[in-house]
Design a protein around this ligand. Structure first.
Ligand SMILES: O=P([O-])([O-])O[C@@H]1[C@@H](O)[C@H](O)[C@@H](O)[C@H](O)[C@@H]1O
Ligand SMILES: [Mg+2]
Ligand SMILES: [Mg+2]
Length: 281
């Protein structure tokens, strides 16, 4: 039987690759850097241009589909995930890296139907690595199958995380408290690519055993979550329950036991959910 969503996934891959070309070209131009939720939460005209490129292209082919885009939400659109076919877009994941030409910048496109992820595409466009996953059909990087690390001992693991873009002292204290707890398990090391989507692809690739972060958004992790799951990994909330992609909290790991061990060390907090109306945030 024909796969209803395979043609949409193929289109997403083509659009992500085209968007990656725009990102690479923009690196050579002078950038107009703006800020959003804090002085270090950066956005550029390229973020906005790439998101519009993706949305307009998809609308031509799938006019009834809906969208959750990072920069559309920043401009005031609601962040509502319904049962409708929905494209969940981070046009540039790693904008701070992009501004500094630090080589981990991704175009991330998730796709959900009936609130279930059907495919995920993360294009690490400076590395030219196309990460893909179709629900039930595995995860791949440039066509090669992905599998999470088989390391069972957290004391022989590398854990990825990010400091995020909040500079609120209370949040920063908890971020550092969690980092200290995890470092002193001890683990072999802590790393951060500067992109949630690429960190999740590093879990799926077996390069790190786990990634956790509080402060991310659904567009950062929608695609990467399916890529991790299809590579044999697990997803969890930072307090150990079922992950909620609107909660702005995530643990992605190669094994449940590793995820549960990390959860024990996280000094958790709850940022305003992505689906909280702007008036109530
Ligand atoms: O803003 P952006 O570059 O698309 O996404 C980034 C995430 O990938 C990262 O994990 C987080 O720590 C940053 O604060 C920022 O949210
Ligand atoms: Mg992002
Ligand atoms: Mg972004």
């Amino acid at each position: 039987m024909a796969d209803l969503w395979q043609n949409a996934m193929d289109y997403a891959v083509a659009i992500a690759r085209k968007a990656g070309e725009v990102v690479r070209d923009a690196l050579r131009d002078d950038m107009k850097v703006m800020t959003k939720s804090s002085s270090v939460d950066l956005v550029t005209q390229t973020d906005q241009k790439v998101e519009q490129l993706i949305i307009q292209s998809v609308k031509e082919k799938f006019p009834t589909h809906r969208f959750i885009g990072e920069e559309s939400v920043a401009a005031g659109e609601a962040c509502d995930l319904t049962d409708s076919p929905t494209w969940i877009i981070d046009p540039i994941d790693g904008t701070t890296n992009f501004v500094h030409a630090f080589p981990f910048v991704a175009v991330s496109i998730g796709f959900s139907v009936n609130k279930q992820s059907e495919f995920g595409v993360v294009y690490s466009c400076l590395e030219d690595k196309m990460f893909t996953a179709r629900r039930g059909k595995g995860a791949f990087c440039n066509g090669e199958p992905l599998k999470v690390s088989d390391q069972e001992d957290i004391k022989q693991s590398i854990i990825a995380t990010e400091f995020g873009s909040s500079r609120e002292p209370e949040a920063v204290d908890k971020i550092f408290s969690s980092l200290r707890n995890i470092l002193c398990i001890p683990v072999h090391g802590v790393r951060g690519a500067g992109s949630a989507a690429i960190n999740m692809c590093l879990v799926a690739s077996g390069c790190v055993e786990a990634y956790y972060e509080i402060g991310i958004h659904i567009w950062d992790v929608a695609a990467g979550s399916l890529i991790v799951s299809e590579a044999g990994g697990v997803l969890m909330d930072v307090e150990g329950g079922v992950v909620d992609l609107m909660s702005r909290r995530i643990v992605a790991a190669n094994r449940r036991a590793i995820a549960e061990r990390i959860v024990k060390e996280i000094d958790s907090f709850s940022p305003p959910r992505d689906d909280t109306p702007p008036s109530k945030q």
